[in-house]
Design a protein around this ligand. Structure first.
Ligand code: F6R
Length: 240
């Protein structure tokens, strides 16, 4: 695992976008999983600049990391709505999504696992981190060896997730790629910005590997890259 600290959110976002663009240049049919939420919005902005400047994504497939179950995908707070607003509405991209309206969400997980497998595995997985250390909707206690699965949201996520919605919204379950996808991905990137994330980042970096803190899995993944801005890294020793 490597930790990279960039001075500002803009510099962090540009570095992540440059990295993803270089993966796509080397492998046009790359399979790229992206998180929604506030963390990657800057990365999407810079990635769009690459695409506007000629980066060819016609063969690239973008996979969404997760989605709320029980929330209509057209709701502005759904993961896909956020991804569309920040990225997919602005570029012509191939996207593979969880169908949250599927009758059997578990079968939908199987379908997504097979899709990723059939396409040779994930090249990049860009994820944020929850204040409780979650990755995607892999909440504390989720076994590290799970692929896609239906998750019971932690109380903290039900509350913090309200920030995406225009009105109070009942959140209870999600559908998410698993931590095993993250561990097997060729370039797993855990990104965090802002002082609000500094405490959980310190906890994750200091923590032994434990399923109580899902993001602590990074210690087990030699190819993992933790990308931070200075605020998120502010509680870490300078030497990192
Ligand atoms: C979103 C997701 C979540 C977020 C995390 C951080 O698709 O999977 O795990 O990445 O909760 O959210 P933000 O980036 O809004 O701080």
């Amino acid at each position: 695992m490597k930790v990279e600290v960039h001075k500002t959110y803009d510099e962090l976002s540009k570095a992540a976008a440059d990295l993803i663009a270089s993966v796509i240049k080397n492998k046009p049919n790359a399979l790229i999983c992206v998180a929604s939420g506030h963390t990657p919005t800057g990365t999407f902005k810079f990635l769009r600049d690459h695409i506007d400047a000629g980066l060819d994504i016609s063969k690239t497939v973008f996979v969404s990391l997760d989605e709320w179950l029980g929330i209509d995908p057209s709701d502005a707070g759904s993961c896909i709505s956020m991804l569309r607003k920040d990225f997919f509405d602005h570029v012509k991209a191939r996207i593979e999504l969880f169908d949250v309206l599927a009758k059997d969400p578990r079968k939908e997980c199987d379908r997504m696992n097979k899709f990723i497998d059939d396409n040779g595995g994930l090249d990049v997985m860009l994820v944020g981190i929850g204040l409780n250390g979650h990755i995607g909707m892999n909440e504390p206690g989720t076994p590290f060896d799970k692929y896609a699965h239906v998750s019971d949201l932690a109380e903290e996520t039900k509350t913090s997730g309200q920030k995406y919605f225009t009105k109070p919204t009942t959140l209870s379950k999600g559908i998410t790629l698993g931590l095993r996808h993250f561990a097997e991905c060729r370039l797993p990137i855990l990104m965090a910005n802002g002082s609000k994330k500094s405490e959980i980042i310190k906890k994750v970096i200091d923590s032994p590997i434990t399923e109580k803190i899902p993001a602590s899995i990074i210690h087990r993944i030699s190819q993992a890259l933790v990308m931070l801005d200075a605020e998120a890294a502010s509680r870490l020793p300078q030497s990192l």
